[in-house]
Design a protein around this ligand. Structure first.
Ligand SMILES: NC(=O)c1ccc[n+]([C@@H]2O[C@H](COP(=O)([O-])OP(=O)(O)OC[C@H]3O[C@@H](n4cnc5c(N)ncnc54)[C@H](O)[C@@H]3O)[C@@H](O)[C@H]2O)c1
Length: 311
């Protein structure tokens, strides 16, 4: 791939782009990219409220599009983009960056070995970067939801959520989401802009294996545990025996590919476009993430009442 052009409304950002890419065309508005016949793929890394308009213009101009998460913040806009991509036979990728990290790629590779998924528990807190044009759900929850939905590979049945607005602006700065799937697993996601510490920890419980993914760990981000074999436990055994059984089982910290996520993602996208590789993060996944977050907002307005999701 070759970088052809960069557009940003801000002069300082354009100057930085030119310093990093002296051979690229650098412009203020997106038209220089969208109207350029030599451009195959347009990458949209602007605030979420602008994604729909920019992605629609690029798709109408016959470009493939990679848009930052969240795809959009209104499901109706997402359905329209999905239709445009389908009609123009162009790919619409969503940058759910974590799916391209070595750790999450390993988790997804383990999916079948985990056995029946029982639960998914994630906490993601940032060190207080309040953003005026979005809230903590649109900012942080796409990361966890994209991992969860890629792992479960079935549409969720409902979401219930509670949230609070503590910071500047009238938007959620923390939220707890409970996502239910018909027949399991039960998923819980905590996102928070108000934490004194950055935490990015996920525990996945499967009937055969469980894993802990701690993205803050410099090494050994992922640990895989053999699950206690509850089916083999004799209920007549005493409690001590059962506790010992619970601890039996190997723990491994698999070796993880260190390739930078965005580098891996761009190579993957080139393979999708040139070799027909299946997209890891397509518009269907981006849309599902948007639907869950939209339903979570409706649940927050209903003080946590579960909101059903269409299959
Ligand atoms: N995947 C990730 O890990 C990750 C991390 C951070 C941000 N993001 C996403 O990236 C997007 C941008 O976030 P950010 O923090 O970089 O925002 P930002 O505000 O720092 O930068 C956005 C840039 O877009 C430019 N812009 C806005 N409208 C434009 C338009 N119509 N044409 C040209 N340029 C325009 C602005 O001038 C600004 O320079 C968001 O969707 C955010 O969710 C993703």
């Amino acid at each position: 791939m070759e970088l052809v052009a960069v557009a940003d409304l801000l002069l300082a950002r354009r100057e930085a782009a030119l310093r990093a890419h002296p051979l690229a065309v650098v412009r203020g508005g997106p038209d220089a990219i969208i109207d350029d016949a030599t451009v195959d793929l347009v990458v949209i890394a602007t605030p979420p409220a602008t994604h729909h308009d920019l992605a629609a213009r690029a798709l109408r101009a016959g470009k493939h599009v990679l848009v930052e998460k969240p795809l959009v913040t209104d499901p109706k806009h997402g359905y329209e983009l999905a239709r445009l991509a389908s009609e123009s036979k162009r790919h619409l990728f969503v940058d759910h960056t974590f799916l391209f990290t070595g750790a999450v790629r390993k988790i997804l590779a383990y999916a079948d070995e985990l056995g029946e998924l029982l639960y998914y528990d994630a906490i993601r807190t940032n060190l207080g970067t309040f953003q005026s044009d979005t809230d903590v759900l649109w900012d942080l929850a796409p990361h966890d939801l994209s991992i969860l939905l890629s792992l479960v590979r079935r549409p969720p049945a409902s979401v219930s959520a509670v949230g609070a607005r503590h910071g500047p602006g009238d938007r959620e700065s923390m939220a707890y989401l409970t996502v239910r799937f018909a027949g399991g697993p039960l998923a819980h996601i905590h996102v928070n802009w108000l934490s004194p510490a950055k935490v990015r920890r996920t525990i996945v419980g499967g009937a055969r294996r469980m894993l802990i993914y701690d993205d803050i760990e410099a090494s050994e981000k992922l640990k895989v545990y053999e699950s206690p074999s509850t089916s083999e436990m004799d209920p007549a055994d005493d409690v001590l025996r059962r506790l010992v059984d619970y601890r039996v089982g190997d723990v491994i910290a698999p070796r993880l590919d260190q390739t930078e996520a965005l580098r891996f993602e761009i190579v993957h996208i080139a393979r999708v476009l040139l070799d027909g590789e299946l997209p890891i993060s397509d518009v269907a996944l981006g849309l599902r993430v948007v639907e869950v977050i939209d339903a979570a907002h409706r649940s927050i307005a209903l003080e946590g009442t579960p909101v059903p999701l269409e299959a």
